[in-house]
Design a protein around this ligand. Structure first.
Ligand SMILES: Nc1ncnc2c1ncn2[C@@H]1O[C@H](COP(=O)(O)OP(=O)(O)O)[C@@H](O)[C@H]1O
Ligand SMILES: CC(=O)N[C@@H](CCC(=O)OP(=O)(O)O)C(=O)O
Length: 260
């Protein structure tokens, strides 16, 4: 029997920080047919709240150095402020959303990133997705809304990049569902020329990916979205799509699709 489809949709700071982009995203997401999960970041908000508290933010290779103070900020911002506002807005759109960190129902277990050249502090690398627990929520009619926090099973919360949570969650859920990832952001897709919004690369495979990396076209915010994409595709994820919110509608086919 073919597996049922599951859409795993991710939004980050570029959509969360823009009221009108967030509103139109949530409207379209709420109308998306079939089973779905939302993952959100919020790094920009964490940086601005931290700065109001006099805490400087440091990012290395797209990851936040998370000391004990910063962990408190991100827990409040991702797990509270951002997550609960999104859940409330989805409830207003008649989506029975349930907000989660990876500690809730032990859904995402991670291990503190080992210190090599850099000490990232309380940053977690995902080790296990409890697909059965997530599916219990889906089967009960809830739409899970994950923030960028996981746990180590010993009482420690860990900051985990939301793009990575998305790909790992998709790999885990693909044991029972045919999963598709949608990375929604403010641009139309992966652009050949970052200054030309119409230069969307419509299809990327592993050969063209290597070239794009070498040419530096895949850079900055694109790196965590794409660094594990071929692992995810080899481990059961069907397709990875990147583009603006309208790619969730059937009318727009101007976005980037990544396949093996
Ligand atoms: N080739 C590229 N095409 C599109 N965006 C790119 C590219 N290279 C780097 N980027 C950057 O990636 C950003 C999206 O990633 P990110 O900032 O992590 O978004 P979000 O947090 O909203 O998911 C874009 O705003 C853009 O600045
Ligand atoms: C470890 C790590 O870097 N975690 C990220 C989690 C938030 C995130 O990924 O937010 P965006 O998707 O909006 O960038 C951070 O604290 O910035």
């Amino acid at each position: 029997m073919p597996k049922e489809k599951l859409a795993i949709v991710k939004i980050g700071g570029n959509i969360i920080e823009d009221d009108s982009l967030l509103k139109s995203f949530l409207h379209i997401f709420s109308g998306l047919e079939g089973k779905k999960i939302l993952v959100h970041g919020g790094g920009k908000r964490a940086t601005s709240v931290a700065s109001k508290l006099g805490i400087e933010s440091k990012m290395v290779n797209g990851r936040r150095i998370t000391d004990a103070e910063t962990l408190e900020v991100i827990t409040m911002v991702y797990g509270g402020l951002v997550n609960k506002n999104i859940v409330a807005k989805l409830q207003a759109l008649n989506i029975d959303a349930i907000g989660l960190t990876g500690a809730d129902a032990n859904t995402i277990y991670s291990e503190k990133r080992p210190v090599k050249d850099i000490d990232y502090g309380f940053v977690g690398d995902v080790k296990k997705v409890n697909h059965q627990s997530v599916d219990k929520l889906i089967q009960a009619g809830f739409t899970p809304v994950f923030c960028a926090i996981t746990h180590d099973g010993h009482g420690q919360l860990l900051n985990t990049n939301a793009d990575t949570i998305t790909s790992q969650l998709a790999v885990g859920m693909s044991r029972i569902y045919e999963t598709t990832i949608y990375y929604c952001f403010e641009l139309n897709g992966v652009l050949k020329d970052i200054n030309d919004k119409d230069s969307v690369i419509k299809h990327i495979n592993s050969a063209s990916y290597s070239t794009l990396l070498k040419e530096g076209i895949i850079a900055e915010g694109m790196l965590p979205k794409l660094e594990n994409c071929f692992d995810a595709l080899k481990n059961g994820v069907e397709t990875i799509n990147l583009g603006n919110t309208s790619m969730l509608t059937k009318e727009n086919d101007n976005f980037t699709r990544i396949t093996l």
